[in-house]
Design a protein around this ligand. Structure first.
Ligand code: PHE
Length: 352
């Protein structure tokens, strides 16, 4: 674990073990150059606490770049609640309350919202002890889950990617495969269907698969077959690390554009996609809808319409990244990182 921390260029890692729920809690703050460390709280079971820490650190870094590229004055952070296997749902409330109390003790070091495995209801529990929380339920004065807003940004990002690759943003008849039909994935599927796409989906949760099949009557792709399935756009909307040495050679699509955080197992996999001629929409760019929506609407009092207009601008940010990538002969992953680092760095110089 020490090596992990030494090799990271972030600012803080804070850790606490909650004995009562046997949960290892991590908060990683990657950069406060642009503002207070902000990001979602993820709840998941990991094979080892090291993996949870690694996830928190990488996700926090992604948040730094995400906020920089959307010009939202916040820093990058992430919390991970690494719950034991078979975590009893009855203990969830206790855990959220304890986590909220811990955040309050940390005096505003980290502000948070929903992420993979957490919901608006969890945020309401955290908010009992701590006010730096976004994504509260509407009846608690919040903007709710940002899933549908994230999906709007991903949809616009898919249009921009298609425009870059096929010469038109029109999605009518495009074959799109959505991996993961959670809150973002399902909302995205609805938008794609409305735009006339030929949509297939995959999910690892059998109950979820049944639900979507009944609601939408969509073709299902087995999780093992998802990478080699031929399509125009592969849209990963589940967990991270899925673009790696094993999956990239299998891909049978010209575009990867989806909502999941940390899709590239490592940054070099962005180069591998580029070499294969596959257009990759960098995850923290295309999935920034929630990060725009929550702080803007709840934190800065923007109207929902104004926030949505801004989310549609994600398409333009991607166009800028794709054209930089083309001009400089580098991958879009590298181009996005360069652009984000320039923004964070410029601000760092301002401050000093
Ligand atoms: N978890 C989401 C993200 O990674 C939404 C979020 C944004 C949550 C900002 C909290 C703060 O973008």
């Amino acid at each position: 674990m020490d090596k992990l921390i030494q090799d990271w260029d972030g600012e803080y890692v804070v850790c606490r073990f909650d004995h009562e729920t046997k949960t290892m809690m991590f908060i990683a703050i990657h950069s406060t150059a642009l503002g207070v460390g902000t990001g979602g709280t993820r709840l998941k079971t990991y094979s080892h606490p090291r993996e949870a820490l690694r996830d928190a650190m990488r996700l926090a870094e992604g948040m730094t770049y995400k906020f920089a590229l959307i010009d939202v004055p916040r820093g990058g952070g992430k919390a991970v609640l690494s719950v034991p296997d078979g975590f009893d749902p009855a203990r969830r409330e206790r855990l959220m309350l304890r986590f909220g109390r811990w955040l309050a003790d940390l005096n505003g070091l980290f502000e948070t919202g929903p992420d993979l495995g957490t919901s608006s209801a969890d945020m309401a529990l955290i908010a009992r002890h701590y006010s730096g929380v976004f994504g509260l339920p509407a009846d608690a004065g919040g903007a709710g889950s940002p899933g549908p807003e994230t999906a709007l940004g991903v949809f616009c990002g898919i249009q921009a990617s298609c425009e870059h690759h096929f010469g038109t943003p029109d999605l009518d008849g495009r074959r799109v495969l959505v991996q993961g039909a959670g809150s973002v994935g399902e909302s995205l599927i609805h938008r794609l269907l409305e735009a006339g796409c030929d949509v297939k989906f995959s999910d690892t949760d059998p109950e979820r698969v049944e639900e979507i099949r009944q609601k939408l009557d969509l073709p299902f792709v087995e999780p093992e077959a998802v990478y080699s399935e031929a399509c125009d756009v592969f849209s990963p909307c589940a967990t991270g690390g899925i673009l790696n040495a094993e999956t990239i050679p299998q891909l049978a699509c010209p575009i990867v554009a989806g909502a999941a955080n940390n899709q590239l197992d490592r940054l070099e996999h962005g180069e591998a996609l580029h070499k294969r001629g596959i257009l990759y929409a960098p995850d923290y760019v295309i999935n920034a809808g929630g990060a725009i929506f929550l702080p803007a609407v709840e934190g800065s009092g923007w109207s929902v319409d104004k926030a949505r207009e801004r989310i549609r601008g994600i398409g333009d940010t991607l166009r800028e990244i794709f054209s930089r990538s083309k001009q400089m002969g580098i991958s879009p992953a590298r181009a996005a990182e360069q652009l984000a680092k320039e923004k964070v760095g410029a601000r760092r110089n301002d401050v000093n």
